[in-house]
Design a protein around this ligand. Structure first.
Ligand code: AR6
Length: 179
């Protein structure tokens, strides 16, 4: 499942983001950056305790922003930690904050010369964001970011933990990107 935008490929894969070999993976973190459950827990477990040490020095991250660290024992080179919003019904600025989490991650990737980047479905787990809305916002934000010129990114991989959401992603990607 592959689409393109200029010189960047957009791919949808299912599996565990901690196994993916890319320049950077994105972590769906919380404001403390000190680890938690879900994908955050999996990333910290696999990267090892040095990651927690580096995150402690950063001292947290506001919702909608992103911070970069090393990836230690992971196959990736960097981890971009971003904090998505907790979903509270959709009228508390969630969409703008989720878009900002994606945009901040993409900007930080570009600034650090990242060519291949993998995203989990930010906010769509513990934070309760409905998957269809979360993915629409994710893919629109990625499309708009890439539209503004060559950002150095060559591959963006959307990693789905569950196969059941693949048709939803494909439907959205077909609408927003060329094949
Ligand atoms: N690889 C890819 N996707 C995953 C993995 C994995 N290893 N594990 C879970 N997912 P969540 P959030 C999917 O809850 O909603 C943490 O405690 C999962 O199925 O990880 O942004 C943090 O510390 C879901 O689709 O992130 C925060 O406190 C998606 O990743 C809070 O959870 C995101 O689910 C953040 O909640």
């Amino acid at each position: 499942m592959e689409w393109k935008s200029g010189s960047c490929l957009i791919k949808i894969v299912t599996g565990d983001i901690t196994e993916i070999r890319v320049d950077a993976i994105v972590n769906a973190a919380n404001n403390s950056l000190l680890g938690g459950g879900g994908v955050d827990g999996a990333i910290h477990r696999k990267a090892g305790p040095q990651l927690l040490g580096e995150c402690r020095k950063i001292g947290g991250c506001p919702t909608g922003e992103a911070r970069i660290t090393g990836a230690y024992n992971l196959a990736a080179d960097h981890i971009i930690h971003t904090v998505g919003p907790v979903y509270r019904g959709g009228h508390s600025g969630e969409e703008a904050l989720l878009a900002s989490a994606y945009r901040s991650s993409l900007e930080l990737a570009e600034k650090n010369g990242v060519e291949s980047l993998a995203f989990p479905a930010i906010s769509a787990g513990v934070y309760g964001y409905p998957m269809n809305q979360a993915e629409e916002t994710a893919l629109i934000t990625i499309r708009d970011f890439l539209k503004t010129g060559d950002r150095g990114l060559r591959e963006i991989i959307l990693v789905l933990f569950s196969r059941s959401y693949v048709p939803l992603y494909v439907e959205i990607a077909d609408r927003l990107f060329e094949k």
